[in-house]
Design a protein around this ligand. Structure first.
Ligand code: SAH
Length: 219
């Protein structure tokens, strides 16, 4: 196992949104076992002035507010400097390339990933021009902020890291796995539910036949 685990840095105006996400289940276990590290940063800490302003009205008019370049760029540069390892910088954006399992696998090979979460109407364009982040979308719909999208990235990536999933939760034989396709149907107790029985073959103990059935029933 690598000496330094994959490090995520989450930059957000609402870092408390990650509280529950980081403190339950698989991700919590992975953090406790130092298989992954997750640091949170409050963008407002880099805001200037009495009002700690981070957003302002768009030039040219129109609805909503735009994240300002000075605090956002300052935040990212400070976070980049917080660790010697070079970091992949990713801005969550519906205009980015859409995330898929191939991209998740590729990200799982990184040593450090900074996720920049937008809010309101999004980022001042000069943030992109200055920092040149990768832009990543989690799907063709609009969220109210990048935090939920960042959770999608952290969740999908961390479960591929060595040691994170136990045997029972293995990432080998599942949807979008190395051989493509989607997973087969699962059943557990009871054997019959509202008149629907478990397929006999799964109760047969014939492992080769079960493997064949599962291959044939991939969706
Ligand atoms: N005005 C923008 C949407 C801004 S939504 C537009 O029309 O494209 C506010 C923030 O939520 C974005 O800056 C981004 O960080 C995040 N966000 C919203 N939808 C997202 C998606 N599908 N994928 C990733 N991030 C998203």
């Amino acid at each position: 196992m690598s000496a330094s685990p994959l490090r995520f840095d989450l930059i957000s105006l609402f870092p408390a949104l990650f509280d529950g996400f980081l403190s339950e289940s698989i991700l919590k276990r992975a953090i406790d076992k130092e298989l992954v590290a997750v640091h949170r940063w409050d963008l407002r800490d880099w805001a200037e002035g009495k009002h700690k302003q981070v957003d302002d009205r768009p030039f040219g008019g129109g609805p909503g507010m735009v994240l300002m370049a000075p605090p956002t760029v300052a935040a990212v540069e400070a976070v980049q400097a917080a660790d010697d390892r070079p970091a992949r910088l990713i801005a969550l954006s519906p205009q980015g390339r859409r995330l898929d399992q191939d991209r998740v696998r590729e990200l799982a090979g990184a040593s450090r990933i900074i996720l920049l979460c937008g809010r309101y109407e999004g980022f001042d364009e000069r943030i992109f021009e200055t920092l040149e982040p990768e832009q990543l979308s989690v799907g063709d719909y609009v969220l109210s902020g990048g935090e939920v999208a960042a959770m999608v990235v952290v969740d999908a990536v961390m479960r591929l890291l060595p040691g994170v999933l136990g045997d029972a939760e293995s990432a080998i034989d599942e949807s979008f796995g190395p051989d493509g396709g989607l997973e087969y149907p699962h059943y557990t107790r009871p054997r019959e539910f509202r008149g629907r029985a478990v397929p006999d073959i799964l109760l047969s103990g014939d492992h080769a036949a079960i493997a064949r059935w599962r291959r044939e029933h991939r969706r």
